[in-house]
Design a protein around this ligand. Structure first.
Ligand code: IDP
Ligand code: MG
Length: 141
């Protein structure tokens, strides 16, 4: 399973019409899209997805933001996908993200930071299953 990760193109990036550019960067960076869909996350879904951050000062703001408009959820495939995708998106705070990373290029702020990436293989599996059924996960070859 360590060739899969989970990504979200967050509402700020969709609102600013960066989703096409971000999908292009995903593909140019060598990821295959196993499955993708545009959704409008409910507040309840956002709370469930980010349950690990429950109790933190930014939890309310984060779950409101994530349910504030359309986003894309994507299951991605590449060798060492979790680490490779975290490298492609850059640091959580765009002010600290390396040049050329998605967050450096397209994020607005620490909270509205354009994209999500799983932080471990275990969480990638959980997060993919949170949004996709088995039938939606198409083998890319
Ligand atoms: P990550 O997305 O880089 O894995 P996490 O620490 O897991 O970063 O935080 C999840 C998300 O919560 C971040 O991507 C960002 O949108 C938001 N967030 C994290 N820390 C803060 C904060 O201090 N203020 C506001 N939002 C935050
Ligand atoms: Mg995280």
């Amino acid at each position: 399973m360590n060739n899969r990760t989970f990504a979200i193109i967050k509402p700020d990036a969709v609102r600013n019409n960066y989703d096409g550019k971000i999908i292009d960067q995903i593909l140019r960076s060598g990821f295959k899209v196993i499955s993708a869909k545009k959704i409008r996350m409910t507040k309840q879904q956002a709370e469930g997805f980010y349950a690990i951050h429950k109790g933190k000062p930014f939890y309310q703001e984060l779950t409101e933001f994530m349910s504030s408009g359309p986003s894309w959820v994507l299951a991605l495939e590449k060798e060492n996908a979790v680490v490779e995708w975290r490298k492609t998106i850059g640091a959580t705070n765009p002010a600290e993200a390396d040049d050329g990373t998605i967050r450096k290029l397209y994020a607005i702020s620490l909270g509205e930071n354009a994209v999500h990436g799983s932080d471990s293989d275990e969480n990638a599996q959980i997060e993919i299953a949170f949004f996709f059924s088995e039938a939606e996960l198409i083998a890319s070859q």
